[in-house]
Ligand binder design. Structure first.
Ligand code: SAH
Ligand code: SF4
Length: 387
């Protein structure tokens, strides 16, 4: 990288001032959209492709938050960028760290809305669970997020922005190659139904998976859906990440109650869409998530029906002990029931890991996410500790 002249104070402070003036966010723009925006801002067309690569590298590999720090660009070009764009991120309102190392971030986005993202460290990986919507329009009866009305879809910038703020917090910038990073995997399993916001989720994941973007392999990105059947083929064709299905029941009668979207897209249709998902193989399996609810969906007969239903689909079954939340109408299945269920699935040839609840002490476990303000409003609990 060439040495550059010292940066003047003006250039340093300009971006922040202009961001306040509402300049468009450069984060979250796809390659094509950024190229066009750069040309519209006065970048010569023949340079635009190279500029996209350089700017992406600063934003997604180095984490810079100020155009002034992009020292391989001329001072004039940095000023041009600062006059036309901002580098925006969600703001971390609070960060809670669980006794097991899980970190839950409460993030504020435009309009004063709040979403949550959760970082889950493990021996062999670090997974960031991100949100796709503020709240959720679906009303799965065991899910805390489902009790919060949808406020809006997140933009691609806000979806990618969750990864950026987690990397800030973990001091991950510059930790290359990817294997040395703290965040090795992304799961779209936070608040919201990603396939009711497919375009923005796609744009964000294409940046997350691009070698010049955040550079996380597509096999380390998993999108979880409650079963929006017509959108599933688009995930395969336009994103190419791994797929997880919130399955949770083995008859339409029970699934209609647990996952009400099942009234529209039945189990048989959902499984057809799974069978048609591209690139399925032993190394690229569909994950079927199955929440264990005492006396509701956890019998031996359920386990046997489950393996029959998914026959022929390269799959693993992720058994999730129900995570309770205040006022929830269900209980977690007993440990020996979960083991018996897992054994049947396992004997049929499917891996059936039981998902250990993580971050329970900070309400960060699956299905417990709901913005703290919303919780506080309802429960009148005290403020969360500062980050
Ligand atoms: N809306 C998407 C992604 C978010 S939910 C979906 O439904 O797939 C992520 C996972 O957590 C889903 O499998 C969901 O069914 C599960 N989940 C929701 N509430 C839960 C709870 N209280 N206990 C355990 N898992 C839950
Ligand atoms: Fe929405 Fe998923 Fe919760 Fe259902 S389980 S209410 S789809 S977030």
């Amino acid at each position: 990288m060439p040495a550059t002249a010292p940066i003047t104070q003006d250039v340093l402070t300009l971006p922040r001032k202009l961001a306040e003036a509402g300049l468009p966010n450069i984060v979250g723009l796809t390659r094509d959209a950024l190229r066009e925006a750069l040309i519209a801002a006065g970048t010569p067309e023949r340079q635009a492709k190279m500029r996209v690569g350089q700017i992406w590298s600063w934003i997604y590999h180095r984490g810079v938050q100020d155009f002034a720090a992009m020292t391989n660009l001329s001072k004039e070009y940095r000023a041009l960028l600062a006059q036309n764009f901002s580098i925006g991120r969600p703001e971390i309102v609070t960060r809670q760290v669980s006794s097991d190392g899980t970190r839950k971030y409460l993030l504020r986005i435009e309009g004063g809305h709040e979403v949550e993202a959760v970082y889950i460290p493990d021996d062999d990986r670090g997974t960031l669970c991100i949100s796709s919507q503020v709240g959720c329009t679906l009303t799965c009866s065991f899910c805390h997020t489902g009790t919060q009305k949808l406020v809006r879809n997140l933009t691609a910038a806000e979806i990618v922005g969750q990864i950026l703020v987690a990397r800030d917090d973990l001091s991950e910038w510059g930790r290359e190659p990817a294997a040395k990073r703290f965040i090795t995997n992304i799961v779209l399993m936070g608040m919201g139904e990603p396939l009711y916001n497919t375009d923005n989720v796609r744009d964000a994941m294409l940046i997350a998976m691009d070698g010049d973007g955040i550079a996380i392999s597509r096999r380390r990105v998993t999108l979880s859906t409650s079963g929006i059947v017509p959108e599933i083929a688009r995930v395969g064709a336009e994103i190419g990440c791994l797929l997880a299905i919130s399955f949770h029941a083995t008859t339409d009668e029970v699934r209609d109650k647990l996952v009400p979207i099942n009234r529209k897209y039945k189990i048989a249709e959902l499984l057809d869409a799974c069978r048609a998902y591209p690139r399925l193989s032993n190394s690229e399996r569909i994950t079927f998530e199955y929440v264990m609810l005492k006396g509701v969906n956890d019998t031996d007969a359920d386990a046997r029906r489950l393996v029959k239903l998914i026959a022929g689909i390269p799959a693993k079954i992720n058994l999730i002990p129900f995570n309770p939340w205040p006022g929830a109408p269900y209980e977690r299945s007993d440990a020996d029931r979960i083991t018996a269920f897992a054994d049947i699935v396992n004997r049929a040839g499917y891996a059936s890991p039981v998902r250990t609840p993580r971050g329970e002490d900070i309400m960060a476990a699956c299905g417990q996410l709901k913005s703290a303000t919303e919780r506080a409003r309802r429960q009148k609990t005290g403020a969360l500790p500062p980050a």
